[in-house]
Design a protein around this ligand. Structure first.
Ligand SMILES: Nc1ncnc2c1ncn2[C@@H]1O[C@H](COP(=O)(O)OP(=O)(O)OP(=O)(O)O)[C@@H](O)[C@H]1O
Length: 269
């Protein structure tokens, strides 16, 4: 995946004379099979970039390429997982996972088998027949991940997929995601607000500037690749803490730029 000088300007809203530039001069290269995490201050354009990569929206400038070809719409070469589970409530877990396979034209009996395999990969074999409302938030998100993986995209785009989950479920899903990434070797582009999550998951972490967002710096995370999952409490290690601090410092400088002074309340009334 390659972005060169990508810009996204949204049209002017009612009452505004000018459009809003959410992303500008965005350059990024993502290697095949790498796990890249993107962090940045709120509103800097992270979701905008992910939507452009997913082909859900078009850039207003620059070039966005996947395997050398311009991204000009959604495609089965990219799987997207959002913060909200976005499952079909009228389909069981298994049928939700089958969905992408159906769009891809996979025969019915093969769909079942492949969907079962992917539900197994996220540890949900026993819940194949459950409808989404009977699953916990963590389980729903695992179904969403299985669904995105089942049609075998080259790239998995994840927009804060664990943000709505409690701390324990989140840590457990982070470990599972590293394991799945290790097994499938998909390219993963993962957006988060959590520096700790970024250090734990990423091989590289790209820090974005305050809006209009572009890449400020990319930090290499050298925590032993996928083995990190088996290394016990890696979050307490010296290297983890050092990297977390490095990212915090980079991010803090950008967050400070967007800080809004509180307005006095009711003064003079
Ligand atoms: N459709 C739209 N029309 C106008 N402005 C938009 C639109 N979508 C996003 N924006 C603006 O673009 C900027 C970037 O939004 P985006 O959602 O990409 O940020 P983000 O970094 O993902 O934020 P957060 O971390 O808070 O989720 C914001 O200021 C937002 O208000």
């Amino acid at each position: 995946m390659r972005a060169r000088g990508v810009a996204k300007e949204f049209p002017a809203r009612a009452g505004d004379t000018e459009g809003y530039v959410a992303v500008r001069d965005f350059d990024l290269d993502v290697r095949d099979g790498e796990f890249l995490v993107v962090v940045g201050p709120s509103g800097c354009g992270k979701s905008t970039v992910l939507n452009l990569l997913g082909g859900l929206d078009r850039p207003t400038g620059g070039e966005l390429l996947l395997d050398g070809r311009p991204i000009d719409g959604p495609g089965l070469d990219r799987g997207i997982v959002f913060q909200q589970y976005a499952l079909f409530p009228w389909r069981t877990a298994l049928e939700n996972v089958e969905f992408g396979l159906q769009s891809k034209g996979v025969a019915r009996k093969d769909r079942r088998r492949i969907a079962r395999d992917y539900l197994g990969l996220v540890g949900l074999t026993r819940f194949a027949g459950n409808y989404p409302h009977t699953l916990s938030g963590g389980m729903k998100q695992r179904v969403a991940i299985a669904r995105a993986l089942a049609y075998d995209p080259d790239v998995l785009l994840m927009d804060e997929p664990f943000a709505a989950l409690d701390a324990q479920t989140r840590e457990s899903l982070q470990a599972q995601l590293v394991r799945i990434w290790q097994e499938t070797r998909k390219t993963v582009i993962f957006i988060t607000h959590s520096i700790e999550e970024a250090v734990y998951l990423g091989e590289r972490v790209a820090v974005m500037t305050a809006g209009p967002g572009r890449i400020k710096q990319i930090v290499d995370i050298d925590l032993g690749g996928a083995e990190r999952v088996n290394e016990g409490d890696i979050r307490s290690s010296y290297e983890f803490t050092r990297l977390r601090h490095e990212l915090w410092t980079l991010l803090k400088a950008e967050v400070d730029k967007t800080a809004v002074e509180p307005e006095p309340v009711g003064v003079g009334r």
